[in-house]
Write a protein of this length. Structure first.
Length: 169
């Protein structure tokens, strides 16, 4: 029987925000820790480490996922998108990020990356999502600072801009 060691490392290759990444990672390392501590993508925040708070939400192959619940080795060959990947170009905020800034949808900012990733995924699939659908998607995120009113105002404002842009495209 092979002997298991704590520091057994495996090669992991994936795409991060459109760029290829190849790293060595321990088998038990979470994707959130891989992103933050190995790759340096610190926009993905780690809150509860149980998948409850939503702060670590990223997109894996286009679908929102809690990075604290995914092992680094599970993303082999996959496409990961983090909050750093929302910028349409370096130094320019996305429509969603700009709406959060303009409508004070963040305060301390800890929960914001996960919320942005969830909303980005929703609006790319359903740019006309209604208020109830937006609330439903945000129900898996915990925010202690803003109350949820500014977050909803920002989400609805971003949705409206995205819908206008889609009509004019």
């Amino acid at each position: 029987m092979p002997r298991l060691t704590r520091d057994r490392r495996h090669g992991v290759r994936f795409s991060l925000n459109g760029h290829p990444v190849s790293v060595e990672a321990e088998a038990r390392l979470s994707l959130s820790d891989l992103l933050r501590h190995v790759v340096g993508a610190t926009g993905t925040h780690v809150g509860c480490e149980h998948g409850v708070c939503g702060a670590c939400t990223v997109e894996i192959d286009g679908a929102p996922a809690r990075a604290c619940l995914v092992l680094a080795g599970q993303v082999e060959g996959m496409s990961i998108r983090t909050v750093e990947g929302l910028e349409p170009e370096p130094g320019r905020l996305s429509v969603l990020q700009e709406a959060f800034r303009a409508h004070h949808g963040l305060q301390c900012g800890f929960c914001t990356p996960g919320i942005l990733m969830t909303l980005d995924s929703l609006f790319r699939r359903r740019p006309d999502a209604g208020e109830d659908e937006i609330r439903d998607h945000l129900s898996g995120h915990l925010c202690r600072c803003t109350g949820y009113a500014p977050i909803m105002r920002a989400a609805l404002a971003a949705r409206d801009v995205l819908m206008r842009e889609e009509r004019h495209a």
